[in-house]
Unconditional design. Structure first.
Length: 262
């Protein structure tokens, strides 16, 4: 951590410790994960009571930035307000991006002794969801690769969309195989590339595919994936189609996160 980040973090902690409405302050984001630039902002989760949160929500003020309190030029606080109940729900059933947002986070102070234990349970890979997720990502890949791209000869927006979903879905399978949390779309490619030499090569081909959007590069990308992945899809293709239908056509019947955020 840069010294100016450390100094600004101290100012942030002192500021919120003086606010009697704040139950706890949780430090996260790129600075906490030690992957920040010198000018990166400071991310924090501010835990408040249900009553305070309701008031902030009514004011559309549960997420905000604060400038002028950091010790470095361009620095600011990126704040998200939440409740203890939200933290507990995130630990029990949070999406992977939500869980990842707490990776390497730490509680700077807390007036509630249970907060730290709850926070520690959030950034944990959920093995119980692994097989269903892999099938969902595989189904999304299959429909976009075999049908939308190759059978429908997609062009324009649909071609762009199909290529994006192909890359995304196979990257998500790779993360599931390695039991790594999906960080966010911004960090997806670099996270996959950092797993092994094989996955690094996959992202090189994936980047080429994203730029060219050709069927030939899509085939090369899929071939590389199959060479490095151990995933075994169901033998019955109807299971794949059924999963796709559940995920993209009937998701509203049994609400759960869209697979792009799951």
């Amino acid at each position: 951590m840069y010294q100016h980040h450390r100094e600004s973090l101290r100012i942030m902690q002192e500021y919120f410790e003086e606010d009697p409405e704040v139950i706890a302050l949780i430090f996260g984001g790129s600075v906490a994960k030690e992957c920040a630039r010198p000018d990166s902002d400071l991310d924090a989760m501010v835990v408040v009571s249900e009553e305070v949160y309701e008031r902030l929500a009514a004011e559309n003020n549960t997420t905000r930035t604060v400038s002028g309190r950091c010790t470095y030029e361009g620095g600011y606080w990126d704040l998200k307000y939440m409740t203890k109940a939200y933290l507990a729900e995130a630990a029990d059933r949070g999406s992977e991006p939500t869980r990842n947002s707490f990776m390497k986070s730490r509680v700077l102070f807390s007036r509630d002794p249970e907060i730290t234990g709850i926070v520690e349970r959030i950034p944990v890979f959920q093995k119980r969801e692994k097989e269903e997720k892999m099938l969902s990502f595989y189904a999304n890949f299959c429909l976009n690769y075999h049908y939308f791209l190759k059978s429908c000869h997609a062009d324009g927006y649909m071609r762009l969309h199909a290529i994006s979903e192909i890359i995304y879905s196979l990257y998500r399978i790779i993360l599931q195989e390695n039991e790594l949390l999906f960080p966010c779309n911004r960090r997806l490619e670099e996270t996959v590339a950092g797993i092994s030499e094989g996955t690094k090569q996959l992202t090189v081909i994936g980047r080429k595919l994203a730029e060219s959007q050709t069927v030939e590069d899509a085939d090369a990308f899929v071939l590389c994936f199959r060479e490095i992945s151990g995933y075994q899809p169901p033998e019955e293709y109807s299971r794949v189609l059924t999963q796709y239908t559940r995920d993209f056509e009937q998701w509203w019947r049994v609400p759960r996160p869209n697979i792009n955020e799951w």
